[in-house]
Design a protein around this ligand. Sequence first.
Ligand SMILES: Nc1nc2c(c(=O)[nH]1)N[C@H]1C(S)=C(S)[C@@H](COP(=O)(O)OP(=O)(O)OC[C@H]3O[C@@H](n4cnc5c(=O)[nH]c(N)nc54)[C@H](O)[C@@H]3O)O[C@H]1N2
Ligand SMILES: Nc1nc2c(c(=O)[nH]1)N[C@H]1C(S)=C(S)[C@@H](COP(=O)(O)OP(=O)(O)OC[C@H]3O[C@@H](n4cnc5c(=O)[nH]c(N)nc54)[C@H](O)[C@@H]3O)O[C@H]1N2
Ligand SMILES: [Mo]
Length: 742
Amino acid sequence: MTPVRLRAILTARRPTAALAAFLVFLPLSHIQVTIAVTPPADERILPITCNRDCGGGCPLLAVVRHGRLAAVRDNPLAGPHIRGCVRGYQLARVIEAPDRLVKPLLRVGPRGSGAFREISWSEALERVADGLMRVHARHGAAAIMPLGGSGSCRGALHNTESLPLRFLALLGGYTGTYGSYSSGAASYTTPFVLGDAPSGIDAATLQYSRLILLGGANVEDCRLGCELGSRVRQARDRGVPVIVIDPRRTRTVSRLGTEWIPVRPGTDAALMLGVLHVLVTEGLIDRPFIARMSVGFDRLECHVLGQDGTPPKTPTWAAAICGVPADTIINLARRYAAARPTALIPGLSIQRTIGGEEAIRLAIALQVATGNIGIRGGSSGGLVWSRLPDPQVGTLPVPANPAGLGVPVYQWADAILGGRAGGFPSDIHAVYNVGGNYVVQGADTTKSARAFHTLEFAVCHDLFLTPTARHCDVVLPVAASPERADIVLTGANMLLYSHRAVEPPPGVMTDYEVFCALAARLGLEPAFSQGRTADDWLATFVEASEIRDVETFQRTGIYWGRDRLRVGLADFVADPQAHPLSTPSGRIEVASDALRRGGFSPVPTARCLLPEPEQPLYLVTPKSRYRVHSQHSNIPWFREREEQALWIHPDTAATRGIADGDLVLVRNARGRVRVPARVTPDIMPDVVCLLEGVWPEVMPDGTDVAGSANMLTDTTPTLPSASSRTHSVLVQVETVATPVSR
Ligand SMILES: Nc1nc2c(c(=O)[nH]1)N[C@H]1C(S)=C(S)[C@@H](COP(=O)(O)OP(=O)(O)OC[C@H]3O[C@@H](n4cnc5c(=O)[nH]c(N)nc54)[C@H](O)[C@@H]3O)O[C@H]1N2
Ligand SMILES: Nc1nc2c(c(=O)[nH]1)N[C@H]1C(S)=C(S)[C@@H](COP(=O)(O)OP(=O)(O)OC[C@H]3O[C@@H](n4cnc5c(=O)[nH]c(N)nc54)[C@H](O)[C@@H]3O)O[C@H]1N2
Ligand SMILES: [Mo]
């Protein structure tokens, strides 16, 4: 690890005495100067993580004064490239928010109305146990569906995915959800192409890149790990060209000063086929690499050249679909071929579209064609996020689901509303929601709310009374990440130790403690806890790990894996005979007959949603820098930092008589949203953008006036993966004649 320069830290971070004291305790190899300062008795510095779903779970330091989280800073031991962000630095605004839940709540009005009364823990647990057992007795275990999970999904123990699944499995089973909102299409397709080999890269390997292509990867705002943005910046500072392909000029473009190629949403496959056409026809592909590493490239070539009865995928053909001018495509292809290694880093966005399965297959095919897979500075073209193993550590065991049933997560509301009659495997009558706000985050908010209205029983654990919690019968307040100790898995080659830096509000338990208490009522103890406290579990996880020096791990907050310059598929590329992939051919399957058997094209094609006369505009709904999905939507400090407005290009606005700041109506068959327009050249013509994650505020006529993106999205998934397509949405936009009072 890079030695920390204490002087720099002292000046840059204005450390308190306690921070200085923390540094004093570091091993000498990490620090060049030692000082002895005793912190004030009421101040402590402890490693924590924010443990959110941004791919990082960043290493942070909590400055605790008088038992309160006074500040959050970067953990300097992580080195100069691993950093937190505004969402982690401002954690205190979350845990100390005035509307934080501190008492269990019982619904006393209609679902969604927000009418609740406080109840005791004992009554709350009794009602949850009763509600679950009633549904269980009447309809069987498969009538219960767990929802959520992303809220705190990186902890070895306090994990909002594994805790409810463990509990419900012990209760007899459930109808689960499979796939993910994040990466469903890529996770479905990638094994057909690459088998089960880890296909990510360590972000530090970008120091070897000569060109970086970010296809819908907004690393400045979304991060995708705590190192990627900083390594892209480092490459740019070295003079490496960074090209962002995105319908919007994002902060990644403006802050990093990168090039921007605007592309229509959901059309990356067409763009990539156009690039392949140039590479093939200009003799720029690496034929020996292709032959050694892959099968099926010849079939893709036929498709690209139009020898399979389809039109040739010329740059002009591609331009008409994706909106990138043909000469830009030609130029991009030539630069791509000339610069090796090139890291092609797709965002998850390109596969959250209709045909997103193909976008990922084509990104991999491009990296095969240019010989960029398995080498430092290159990438697989697959998702880079969490696609390499974490260092070995124990995690909470999750037994198999005795009911053995599941539905695609993207269609959870359809499954509740449709049930067996609608072709789903079970009839759902209860929801157990932990660490999710799916009424806001699921597609088609109106449908999601309707699904909750059909339930007999719903329970939620959360920090806040979210719109989803409002649709539940019992809401249980729980502790946040800095209020409990855990080991956090990052997807990078490090494990993090996160301390219980502050106490939860009085009477508030961790999710683990809630499940233990509930298990006790239901006679599932000691099966659930195995007689262990949270600390006992952490001790067993460490025992099962490669960590030998636990004391240093806890004190510094970081355990480093050995190699931090890992490249997925490196072994295979170095010697494909000795290290074959687990695909049928043992090589990269650019064309996949297994997919053909499922009724889908064996070669990746462009399956793109095209605008319609009634809905002529594409809508994208990406992440806000100030929110984690719907989190912080209720916290004024974050809300005030970014206006929720519809990004619209000056030309698109002009044809509709829309001026900057005007109220506009965004509508389609799913819903109507009224928001101010932000007229800006930072988005391409005929595409509009509404950042996701705002809690809706629905007027009696059904119009949302808060700007909640999922009022407009659709639960019809992309196939064959049955996954999220929230970036493939069509809308119409018009001015609102009279401003509406809120
Ligand atoms: N601040 C913040 N960061 C987050 C999260 C968060 O909630 N807030 N969530 C985390 C999670 S769970 C995930 S899964 C990841 C998601 O990561 P992504 O899916 O990559 O994130 P998005 O913000 O949806 O999209 C990234 C960029 O892609 C662009 N885009 C949209 N559609 C297309 C397209 O079809 N093609 C191309 N080329 N670009 C397109 C958008 O304009 C946006 O700038 O982010 C993680 N990081
Ligand atoms: N339109 C549109 N919709 C999208 C997306 C998009 O790009 N566009 N992105 C999709 C993606 S990639 C994802 S991953 C999903 C995410 O959707 P959700 O999983 O619903 O994400 P959040 O809104 O972050 O909800 C997490 C909830 O967990 C709570 N929480 C946090 N920590 C804890 C904890 O320790 N315990 C408990 N019990 N609760 C906790 C938070 O307060 C919050 O209410 O959204 C998807 N929805
Ligand atoms: Mo996600």
